[in-house]
Design a protein around this ligand. Sequence first.
Ligand SMILES: *[C@@H]1O[C@H](CO)[C@@H](O)[C@H](O)[C@H]1NC(C)=O
Ligand SMILES: *[C@@H]1O[C@H](CO)[C@@H](O)[C@H](O)[C@H]1NC(C)=O
Ligand SMILES: *[C@@H]1O[C@H](CO)[C@@H](O)[C@H](O)[C@H]1NC(C)=O
Ligand SMILES: *[C@@H]1O[C@H](CO)[C@@H](O)[C@H](O)[C@H]1NC(C)=O
Ligand SMILES: *[C@@H]1O[C@H](CO)[C@@H](O)[C@H](O)[C@H]1NC(C)=O
Length: 633
Amino acid sequence: MWPLMFVTTLALSSAIAETVNLPRNDSEWQYSFGVDYENNQFLLDGKPFRYVSGSFHYFRAPRQYWRDRLRKMRAAGLNAISTYVEWSLHEPEPGQFNWVGDADLVEFLNIAQEEDLLVLLRPGPYICAERDLGGLPYWLLRDEPNIRLRTKDVAFMKHATSYLNQVLEKIKPLLRGNGGPIIMVQVENEYGSYKACDTDYTDMLKDIIIEKIGNKALLYTTDGASASLLRCGFVPGAYATVDFGTSVNITNSFQSMRLYQPRGPLVNSEFYPGWLTHWGEAFQRIKTEAVTRTLREMLDVGASVNIYMFYGGTNFGFTSGANGGAGAYSPQLTSYDYDAPLTEAGDPTDKYYAIRDVIGQYLPLPNMTLPVASPKGNYGPVLLEPIQKLLDSQSPFVVSLATGEQPKTFEALSVNQGFVLYETDLPSSISDPAILRAKTSDRALVYVDNRLCGTLSRIDKIFTIPLESPYGRRLNLLVENQGRLNFGNEIHDFKGISNVTISGISLSNWTMTGYAFSDISSLRNLTTVNIESGTLNNGPVFLRGHFTINGQPLDTYLDTTGWGKGVAFVNGYNLGRYWPLVGPQITLYVPAPYLRTGENELIILELEYVSQTRKMKFQAVPNLGTASLNLNS
Ligand SMILES: *[C@@H]1O[C@H](CO)[C@@H](O)[C@H](O)[C@H]1NC(C)=O
Ligand SMILES: *[C@@H]1O[C@H](CO)[C@@H](O)[C@H](O)[C@H]1NC(C)=O
Ligand SMILES: *[C@@H]1O[C@H](CO)[C@@H](O)[C@H](O)[C@H]1NC(C)=O
Ligand SMILES: *[C@@H]1O[C@H](CO)[C@@H](O)[C@H](O)[C@H]1NC(C)=O
Ligand SMILES: *[C@@H]1O[C@H](CO)[C@@H](O)[C@H](O)[C@H]1NC(C)=O
């Protein structure tokens, strides 16, 4: 049975928080979680409790590694983990749900429980998380172009409700009140940072969650630690918590939580031991001493803390998102190493052991063998031979073909990720010199009569390019989606081109071809074609090579040095984007479950520049580029 529940509506106006009845007997409190407002603490199964948790997103590691990473987290002294749930992964098309393989959320939660970890679940619908469109599915933009994301807009609520109900139904048996590991469920995500400030919407989400899970777990919110962010992020009836990193005055940071949560345990729901990195900037690192110092300060005042990320993992495929807005655009790396205590390959760092030492002063450490770095494969160089041009008329990767007076968005073409080729004829009489102008998301290779003329770039705000005697010739713009914005007020981030003009004349009558790469097996049996090394003047090329692994495959890193920009696949698994020209990430992480004993296949889609060596190599060490230590830390 369920004891009288503690977490009920805590209206902002009521300064006097509700208190809990103390447990009468153990059986009555078995499987419960809530807040003891009187004593500013959580109660787990009726007993005073605090968590030191770590974030690990199951969608950033192959399922074969879930237990390994979770066990290492427990060995660090953590007693809980936190994960987002990614809507776009679980509902790739409306009404088509996916809960198997690497999307098997229930299995992940079961393993967490088996590994003696409680769970803080963050089901969204929006999660940010440095993922494409903040975890929202792209088809929201396709089916409802005028949708007001993250608001009570019926178009959004219809889909969000259906998704949330699916998730909640799945995880219901795993709630603490039902004997499972989930003690807390987050309502939306850092909603106070979003300009809409639609509190009807967050109330509706809260009601959906309560209707499904009742009081069998604690609802909570989290926002940046400032009164202005909590203003729109606070949801009456959910426990308000805050996020902050190192080098802050924790008293002041927790004070912002107290403005909205006058009593109850202090909680930092995202304590940053590292940081995310965008393409083109130095790899972000946070000093261990700064992390342990702030962690100790928080634990000293009795706070519960979730370390974001404890294990970051990888944005495999095209799942990485971007920051930006107001004209800026900065997509994130494929690696989500995050300078976390466990590396992208799940190896413990000095930071890991230092954090464990701190936790050990506040919580009992489990009697477990301490992890060590796993062995890595050094499989050497692989010669890559060109096998097909992306823009071949025979391309098996065409997923969409359309024509129109004006260019259509990727979304309108049902192209989620990948590329769209926009083609039209240039007018025969234009001024000289002729300037092409196009609003481009996010990067466009510009070809005239199939010859490369330059690149338009949203990152660099380059939207114009002079064209040499283009009169009457064919214009091709190959547009790459580098990841939809995941944060801020401009997440309605449609991909494609618009407002294309040449010397002020609007271009129309477009042919559009969408390319996607969910299955690349058609490349397997192709024979070699001839291309020049160096700059790819005639469009992107697939190259293929083979390598042999003797014995049990090990994790390894693909070194892309000397190449331009592209995507790499091992045995059909999309490892993600590479871009050594810009960095800082140079190697792509290759988990052993993607490899096999015997012959393996590496295929790359190179967009811009073929290395003179035509080789990439698999090495035993990562290269995420030059570090930038956060000086504030
Ligand atoms: C944090 O701020 C409070 C009040 O603003 C101040 O009293 C305290 O000394 C500060 N703590 C540190 C470590 O600077
Ligand atoms: C820790 O585990 C080991 C191996 O299982 C066991 O031999 C040892 O007695 C345990 N130590 C404690 C303090 O429980
Ligand atoms: C693009 O064209 C549309 C329709 O003509 C116009 O409303 C919009 O302001 C233009 N955008 C830019 C960035 O020029
Ligand atoms: C539009 O483009 C198509 C294909 O390139 C061409 O056949 C057609 O004549 C063009 N229409 C106009 C009105 O220019
Ligand atoms: C490739 O060739 C092998 C052997 O010739 C054949 O079994 C396989 O079906 C082919 N695969 C594809 C994708 O064409």
